[in-house]
Design a protein around this ligand. Structure first.
Ligand SMILES: Cc1cc2nc3c(=O)[nH]c(=O)nc-3n(C[C@H](O)[C@H](O)[C@H](O)COP(=O)(O)OP(=O)(O)OC[C@H]3O[C@@H](n4cnc5c(N)ncnc54)[C@H](O)[C@@H]3O)c2cc1C
Length: 419
């Protein structure tokens, strides 16, 4: 390692002793015979050690690492392990196709995002729900293709890096579409409590930004261009100029607003692909509750707002549909995501995350796998009905425990051995 390797936010320094760059799948398979725990490197946007291990595998030297293969007849696209959503969206745009959804930024790798069930907002599922086939070099060194109605596909899609190296993902695509984006400012919480479901369905994708203050700061609505423009959303007024999700942030890094129609890929992410997104020196956390508990969960957070230490940059509320992916935070539960972006002060974040987890405990929250959480292992085992099934699949695909890292041993040990 030439210098310390950190994640995007700089709050985690990888502890890996070596980073290897296999040039072929055979060479990669040979590396699985070494003793060290291994992890594939994504675009390093997670905020935790989920992707850390003694040996890290860079995949950009593999043949096909950057491939993007569109199949217009099947309405699918197949991507290699190094492809980011920005690259994929550009290729789909050029060919007249689209994905149903995107996260708040396009810089993240498709494989890493799917592994952690990354999501946007809307009536559809998280980004992993677009996967209809995958090819894994398992921890046992075997090439495994999962597709169609193979039940192992739902088991393996959200895998936290635990099954081996994903060589290819195939995603469902849809015809190209356009959206507008409009920011509505200052939503009274009482209006949110009374109309939450209407607010979250007012457009194709809706985010409510707030700082646990007297009002929510803004409602970001991404909508079909034919949808009539509106001056307000339950009392929140359309902004007079472009806005950034963070107070004082430079809106120049954000996708176009003010109702101007544009391609899906330039409206669904909050941040433009050519710019550094968000704040940078930040840490994110997110919990998901049943969408039916969403209003009660927000009330519970507002009730503990004065117990939080300083450092809350912004919170974001988003909706994600239920799915059948075993380790998805939305497994069989339509969800409200309660996200927080914090200033990069690890101790304050640990305190605040613990306060929030305690406040949301009555709603059996599930954490975002790529963000900071401190829920104990027993809470995760209780929250994930397929824990035992996943452990059995993992033992079959990685019998030598090559992909068991310190993070999973500490955070969710039941995925690797019976507690
Ligand atoms: C500014 C910012 C904004 C964000 N916004 C959102 C958002 O809107 N919604 C959301 O849900 N999340 C969001 N996140 C979180 C982020 O999307 C997730 O952490 C996601 O995992 C990042 O993908 P990555 O490739 O960087 O993953 P990494 O952190 O690099 O890896 C994640 C896991 O995937 C594994 N992995 C990666 N590639 C492979 C492969 N080919 N084979 C096997 N395992 C692999 C890694 O080993 C690791 O275990 C945001 C993060 C940042 C920094």
């Amino acid at each position: 390692v030439s210098g310390p390797l950190t994640n995007w936010a700089g709050n985690h320094t990888y502890r890996a002793a070596e980073i290897l760059s296999p040039r072929s799948v055979d060479e990669l398979a040979g590396l699985l015979d070494c003793a060290a725990p291994l992890r594939a490197l994504g675009s390093r946007h997670s905020f935790t050690a989920v992707g850390d291990a003694a040996t890290l595998l860079r995949l950009d030297g593999l043949p096909g690492a950057e491939q993007i293969r569109i199949d217009p007849a099947a309405m699918t696209v197949t991507v290699g392990p190094s492809v980011t959503y920005a690259q994929l969206a550009a290729a789909l745009d050029r060919a007249g196709f689209a994905l149903e959804n995107l996260a708040s930024l396009p810089h993240i790798s498709v494989c890493g995002s799917v592994a952690t069930a990354t999501h946007g907002s809307g009536q559809g599922g998280n980004l992993a729900t677009a996967v209809c086939a995958m090819t894994i070099l398992t921890g046992a060194g075997e090439r495994l293709e999962l597709a169609g109605d193979d039940p192992r596909l739902a088991a393996a899609t959200v895998h936290l890096g635990l099954l081996g190296v994903v060589l290819e993902l195939t995603l469902r695509i849809v015809p190209h579409y356009r959206l507008t984006q409009t920011v509505y400012e200052n939503l009274d919480w009482e209006a949110f409590f009374a109309h939450a479901e209407e607010i979250f369905t007012i457009g194709y994708s809706v985010s409510v930004f707030h700082r646990l203050e007297g009002q929510a700061r803004a409602v970001w609505v991404k909508a079909a261009p034919q949808q009539p423009a509106r001056a307000e959303v339950f009392g929140a007024r359309a902004a007079s100029g472009p806005r950034h999700p963070l107070p004082g942030g430079d809106a120049g890094s954000c996708t176009a607003q003010l109702g101007e129609p544009g391609p899906w890929s330039e409206r669904l992410p909050h941040f433009r692909s050519g710019f550094v997104p968000s704040h940078g020196a930040e840490i994110q956390s997110e919990l998901f509750v049943d969408r039916a508990d969403g209003v009660a969960a927000v009330r519970a957070l507002l009730a503990v707002a004065d117990r939080l230490l300083p450092g809350l940059l912004v919170g974001e509320l988003r909706t994600v549909a239920a799915d059948g992916l075993w380790l998805s935070p939305q497994y069989r539960r339509p969800s409200l995501g309660l996200h927080f972006t914090w200033a990069r002060d690890g101790d304050a974040v640990a305190h605040n995350v613990a306060v929030i987890e305690a406040a949301l405990a009555p709603f059996a929250p599930r954490p975002h796998w790529g963000k900071v959480f401190s829920l104990p292992p027993r809470a995760l085992t209780a929250a994930y009905a397929r824990t035992d099934d996943f452990r059995a699949l993992r033992a079959e695909l990685d019998p030598r425990d090559r992909f068991v890292n310190g993070w999973v041993k500490e955070r969710f040990p039941a995925l690797t051995h019976r507690p």
